[in-house]
Design a protein around this ligand. Structure first.
Ligand SMILES: *Cc1c(COP(=O)(O)O)cnc(C)c1O
Length: 453
């Protein structure tokens, strides 16, 4: 039977084009409630086949009002990136080609593209030449993979083979992490069996940067991993990596740079190259569609010791790079194609420009919201607070409901704040100005509501 590719793919293409072209004018927020979505999408288990085009059309109709248009230039929630047309197109092809990118033998082009892209990334970030790279789902798994390599290296140095013997009876490891770390670090340590109690929180400054003096007091007390950060998820602050790496000496230093690492392409981060591993995302600032994260280590043998696999039925070409030696997945999609295309489409100067434009837009927000700004706006993150916790939370909610722009709330060092993250390649000055207008209007309305009691 000749498959009908044209029908469902044509429908999907038409739907995608409508969605993407309407992004700039779409309401930035979902319309449907969960109950409404269940009503549209639910129903009994299909007992027989459905018409392919109908299935796609019904899916698209059903989800339409439940989509959060996070690719909009006025979406400032969390730290979500958008997707550029080139990266999205390459990602579509990755799906169409449906390569299993685990092995060179199973997907030669995917393996070679990842190898080439890995080299470009190492050069872009200015990392050591021998740096090994893994293509993972996000910074969560990048942190996990890097810390698995760290766990291997630190224990191997103490004469313990963690891959063979596990952690029962192993010498304890202390993980020194800034108090304002991202929660995925804790989660990675849970996955690794190190547990969150191995964490020694290190005091931070008002921007969330790890304080070297506080770090120094906790070093040299046994097996140690230091987890630093380039780009605090609230303030965008970058830890003093040069000092941290100097102080850390023999300890393994990991850098969570989920979005902040991209700022190093244009403005080198001092000491970045002295760390032992790094995590970042392609689906944040590089504008590659989900999901796409990257892990780097300066110690390929530790990286492979932690992740590598040799199975009897696999074909390992010892002269080629098998991607599955560098990430925790076995079978997986060819994530490298989209990253490769994104880098080719932007080039170094395009990445620098993209990062600088987002930072400039963040400064524009800060300028117009000045009396409310809580943080030093050195990157793309702006924290604002309107008087007290209650008013701040109400303003966040009111802005989300208004639909022009979308930003999330957070708690920064004990106080409620609105967090504005400029991480989309299409955000313009007009987008910022319109969003500020809405924010200020919501502040007025909510304030009036407070005084009315
Ligand atoms: C977003 C983020 C993460 C988690 O990244 P995912 O891609 O969602 O897994 C980790 N650390 C920091 C600093 C982040 O901003």
């Amino acid at each position: 039977m000749k498959p009908d590719w044209e029908g469902p793919l044509g429908e999907a293409y038409a739907r995608a084009m409508t969605y993407l072209e309407e992004l700039p004018v779409r309401r930035v927020g979902p319309r449907d409630t969960a109950v409404e979505l269940r009503g549209k999408l639910g129903g009994p288990l299909p007992q027989g086949p459905g018409d392919p085009v109908q299935v796609i059309a019904q899916l698209a109709d059903g989800v339409e009002d439940g989509l959060l248009p996070s690719g909009s230039g006025r979406f400032f929630g969390f730290v979500f990136g958008g997707a550029t047309p080139t990266a999205l197109a390459a990602d579509w092809l990755a799906t169409a080609w449906d390569q299993n990118a685990g092995l060179y033998a199973a997907a030669p082009a995917a393996a070679v593209v990842e190898e080439i892209t890995a080299g470009w990334l190492v050069e872009l970030f200015g990392l050591p030449e021998q740096t090994s790279v893994g293509f993972v789902t996000g910074a969560q798994m990048a942190n996990f993979t890097a810390l698995a390599a760290a766990r291997h290296a630190v224990l191997a140095k103490a004469g313990w083979d963690v891959e063979a013997d596990g952690l029962n009876g192993a010498p304890p490891i202390r993980v020194l992490v800034g108090a304002e770390r991202h929660d995925t670090v804790d989660r990675a340590l849970r996955f690794l069996g190190l547990g969150t109690r191995c964490i020694v929180p290190i005091a931070v400054d008002g921007q969330g940067r790890m304080r070297p003096d506080a770090l120094a007091r906790e070093l040299n007390q046994g097996l140690t991993i230091v987890c630093a950060q380039a780009g605090n998820v609230n303030t965008g602050a970058i830890d003093p990596l040069d000092e941290i790496c100097e102080l850390a000496g023999d300890a393994w230093v990991h850098v969570d740079g989920a979005f902040g690492l991209w700022s190093a392409v244009g403005t080198p981060i001092k000491g970045l190259e002295k760390a032992d591993s790094w995590a970042t995302d392609a689906h944040k600032w590089l504008q590659v569609p989900y999901d796409s994260g990257l892990v780097f280590t300066a110690h390929p043998e530790a990286h492979r010791a932690a992740m590598g696999i040799r199975a009897s039925y696999l074909i390992h070409d010892e002269n080629q790079r098998d991607p599955l030696d560098y990430n925790p997945e076995f079978s997986r999609r060819a994530r490298g194609f989209a990253v490769y295309a994104a880098i080719r489409a932007l080039g170094r100067s395009g990445i620098v420009e993209l990062v600088e434009r987002c930072c400039a837009m963040a400064r524009r927000f800060a300028g117009q919201l000045q009396p409310y700004v809580l943080n030093e706006v050195n990157l793309n993150q702006v924290l604002v607070r309107f008087g007290d916790d209650d008013l701040t939370r109400r303003v966040v909610k009111a802005v989300q409901q208004e639909g022009t722009a979308w930003m999330s709330g957070t708690t920064w060092q004990g106080r409620a704040a609105m967090r504005i993250s400029v991480s989309n390649w299409t955000t313009s000055e007009a987008d910022v100005d319109r969003s500020v207008e809405v924010i200020l209007r919501c502040v007025e309305i909510e304030r009036a509501r407070s005084t009315q009691g």
